[in-house]
Design a protein around this ligand. Structure first.
Ligand SMILES: NC(=O)C1=CN([C@@H]2O[C@H](COP(=O)(O)OP(=O)(O)OC[C@H]3O[C@@H](n4cnc5c(N)ncnc54)[C@H](O)[C@@H]3O)[C@@H](O)[C@H]2O)C=CC1
Ligand SMILES: N[C@@H](CC=O)C(=O)O
Ligand code: NA
Length: 433
């Protein structure tokens, strides 16, 4: 019998426990696919008493000791967070062990250093589960599309916020109730502000942009807005114009201009109204979907479960099979390249479109004054609609594309206008023709 490959599992929460279950359920098939059996050498946890389903002899609180044990071949990290995960991965590489991780927060901030350490050790670092859970997305970007030029990656990459926005739109549930459901279902991060405030999606956007544009993009390069400021008025206004509200991650390669400025990358995460006819509008619940636009391939769409224990464990096991096969053949898979080194373009310079809803008094000249404020900032108006008459009129304006700084300066100026009683809804708009 061939000697088994021994795996150290770090963390046994939502994802880790599902990884353990799948490893046990599929042991025979995995052996056949890899060419050697896979065996769990140990499971690092914080509180062994909380894991009655795991054989006691596998449990340890000494994650570092487990990673560096000589009988461990491969490491699966599903602890999350930056430390101790970062140190554990570095220790694994120094000990010559390949790593599979689901940790987007870590990869988004420290991906460059971790890849360098893995390459130096001649081992693998795979993290398909870190972005869009079960959906095969990172390996298609790293491998299948390695011969093409990517222009844009746009998607819904956070299941929790998509679930919350879907529930708010479909059932009229409040934000808090919908978040509690998402947590109960295992979609939300340990600290749900990571989801709600867009940190999780920003980390994923950084990873996607890095792979898509062969450039180091960290979470700090990503403009981030979450969904906590999205109101029921925003959702209602979106419905009125045939749109729905989604939290989008948008990664774009911006071509250089005639003045000789080179290409840059613009990466942003924010809620946006998108037309209900847009394919991303139909992505409900905790599902994720990502559009990739490439020069030769054209448009590609990836869709599936972006969160939850079993779907995420599927991606972890896919990576585990890949790194195990490499281990069996004594090779390492392709690393990542950052040769393009494109600068990050600030949101202020990035062209976007706004939907603005204003409460105004319906008096002659008010519309003209409001329109002048847009013109003064160089923002062109695409459509204007007025609802109501007298003192309770509402102006709903959708702009054409303009630098974000010009749009936000316009909104600030509108708030100061005596004729404007209140700005009741501002959201960016994507995908309108
Ligand atoms: N839950 C999901 O749907 C998805 C999660 N992920 C990522 O997978 C990773 C794990 O997520 P979950 O399983 O949801 O989190 P979780 O909070 O359910 O599990 C993490 C486990 O790690 C343990 N842990 C923390 N520090 C430890 C340490 N120093 N030593 C040993 N164990 C330690 C915790 O006690 C907990 O049991 C995170 O990086 C997360 O971002 C990725 C995709 C989807
Ligand atoms: N909390 C995340 C889990 C997957 O990455 C999400 O809601 O998408
Ligand atoms: Na994935």
């Amino acid at each position: 019998m061939t000697a088994p490959l021994r795996v150290a599992l770090l963390g046994c929460g939502t994802v880790g426990s599902a990884v353990l279950r799948l490893l046990a359920d599929q042991a025979g098939d995995l052996t056949a696919r890899i060419g050697r059996p896979v065996e769990v050498a140990g499971v690092a946890v914080r509180r062994p008493d909380r894991h009655p389903d795991v054989p006691a002899e596998l449990l340890t609180t000494d994650a570092h000791g487990l990673v560096t044990r000589p009988d461990v071949d491969l490491v699966v990290e599903v602890i999350g967070g930056t430390e101790p995960a970062r140190s554990l991965l570095m220790a694994a590489f120094e000990a010559g062990k390949s790593v599979v991780s689901a940790n987007k927060a870590l990869l988004a901030d420290e991906g460059g250093e971790l890849h360098a350490a893995a390459a130096k050790a001649g081992v693998d670092l795979y993290y398909e589960a870190a972005v869009a859970g079960a959906i095969p997305l990172l390996r298609p970007l790293r491998e299948s599309l390695a011969g093409d030029q990517l222009r844009r990656v746009v998607g819904i990459v956070n299941g929790t916020t998509n679930y919350i926005l879907s529930r708010m739109a479909e059932t009229g549930h409040g934000f808090t109730e919908a978040l509690a459901e998402a947590t109960e279902l295992g979609y939300a991060e340990a600290d749900p502000t990571a989801d709600v405030d867009g940190f999780d999606a920003a980390a994923k956007a950084a990873i996607l942009a890095s792979l898509a544009f062969h450039t180091t993009v960290t979470a700090a390069d990503v403009h981030r807005e979450g969904i906590s400021a999205v109101t029921s008025t925003d959702v209602a206004r979106a419905t009125e114009i045939g749109c729905t509200v989604k939290l989008l991650a948008i990664c774009e390669r911006v071509p250089g201009n005639e003045d000789g400025e080179g290409d840059s990358v613009a990466v942003r995460v924010h809620p946006a109204m998108i037309p209900t006819t847009h394919p991303l509008a139909a992505v409900g619940g905790a599902f994720n979907a990502v559009f990739v636009e490439a020069e030769a391939a054209g448009q590609l769409m990836f869709y599936g479960q972006g969160a939850g224990g079993e779907p995420t464990a599927s991606a972890v096991l896919g990576d585990l099979v890949a790194v195990a096969r490499n281990r069996v053949t004594g090779t390492a898979g392709p690393g990542v390249t950052t040769y393009a080194g494109l600068p990050a373009r600030p949101i202020a310079e990035t062209p976007t479109r706004y939907h603005v809803s204003l409460d105004v008094a319906d008096r002659p000249g008010v519309l003209a004054t409001v329109a002048q404020e847009f013109a003064r900032h160089g923002v062109s108006i695409a459509t204007v609609r007025q609802d109501g008459r007298g003192d309770a009129a509402t102006l709903v304006i959708v702009t054409h594309s303009a630098p974000d700084a010009a749009l936000s300066a316009t909104v600030s100026a509108l708030r100061e206008m005596p004729a404007v009683r209140g700005v009741t809804s501002i959201l960016r708009v994507e995908g309108l023709s």
